[in-house]
Write a protein that binds this ligand. Structure first.
Ligand SMILES: NC(=O)c1ccc[n+]([C@@H]2O[C@H](COP(=O)([O-])OP(=O)(O)OC[C@H]3O[C@@H](n4cnc5c(N)ncnc54)[C@H](OP(=O)(O)O)[C@@H]3O)[C@@H](O)[C@H]2O)c1
Length: 255
């Protein structure tokens, strides 16, 4: 199991105050890493860092940072280096979706918001983290949380789907560029996961039933079920894996 060990590694996880990001951050800490976790609101992120530190002293810092703002993402990376002296793993997880409806009804402000956070925001962290990893000279791991919506269009979530497809292409493009630096860049495409982000879907009985009918696993996921693949992609077990997209969807996209 030592291939999956994260002992002494330092990871940044965005959008880690709840849901999938929090689960990933806690999974990393259990595997031995220290984590720099962020979300927009201090009242959301600081208690999560405190609760990790209660169990694993001095292994987490919580940083309020809006990933759509480049300067805040750069300071997140700088703070991580200041506190833990290096970065080995960066997980882009914070996303937004302010538009639910037909694409033809979408507005420019919604396109801007979604692209600012889901695409440019992901790139700002990739860029700042990769530059630091290159400086350290020991490789690194970048993991982008995409979605099955990046592979097949999400119902009434056109802009979000386009942004998630962009994340997949960003992942592949960077994987090519950073291969020579021994930095692996991969994406995870979760299916339906029980979090507040997707509540409008799983809380609606007719939408929920149609999801379950199409899912071979017969259920939606818990956030903790995204940890396994993330640990693989963050650890040396995945040193020859790059530019890949892992569907974690209970088989939803098979049918
Ligand atoms: N849940 C699903 O079914 C599902 C399916 C496929 C893919 N995904 C993807 O999984 C990722 C996590 O989703 P989730 O379901 O875990 O969502 P969630 O439970 O709503 O959590 C979202 C997290 O992101 C933070 N956040 C939101 N906007 C931010 C911003 N601009 N800058 C920094 N932090 C921000 C939130 O905290 P603050 O409010 O404090 O900022 C929170 O910590 C997203 O990329 C999503 O697209 C989710």
């Amino acid at each position: 199991m030592s291939k999956y060990d994260l002992d002494g590694k330092v990871a940044i996880v965005t959008g880690a105050s709840r849901g999938i990001g929090e689960a990933i951050a806690r999974g990393f800490v259990e595997a031995g890493a220290s984590v720099v976790i962020s979300s927009r609101k201090p009242e959301n992120i600081l208690p999560v860092a405190d609760s990790i530190n209660d169990q694993y002293p001095d292994r987490a810092i919580g940083v309020p940072a809006h990933t759509g703002r480049r300067v805040e993402t750069i300071s997140l990376v700088e703070l991580a280096v200041e506190k833990f002296e290096r970065i080995d793993i960066a997980v882009n997880n914070a996303s937004t979706n302010p538009h639910f409806g037909p694409l033809l009804s979408s507005e420019e402000s919604q396109w801007d918001k979604i692209f600012e956070v889901n695409v440019k925001g992901y790139f700002w962290l990739c860029q700042a983290a990769a530059l630091q990893m290159i400086k350290q000279g020991q490789g690194g791991k970048i993991i982008n949380i995409a979605s099955i919506a990046g592979v097949e269009p999400g119902f009434m979530m056109g802009i979000y789907s386009v942004s998630k497809a962009a994340i997949i292409m960003l992942t592949k493009s960077l994987a090519i560029e950073l291969g020579k630096d021994n930095i692996q860049v991969n994406a995870i495409a979760p299916g339906f996961v029980r979090t507040s982000f997707s509540k409008a879907l799983w809380d609606n009985p007719s939408i929920y039933d149609s999801i379950i009918r199409r899912t071979p696993a017969g259920r939606i996921a818990k956030p903790e079920e995204i940890i396994g693949i993330t640990l693989y992609l963050a650890s040396s077990a995945s040193d020859f894996t790059t530019g890949a997209v892992y569907m974690v969807d209970g088989g939803y996209t098979l049918s």
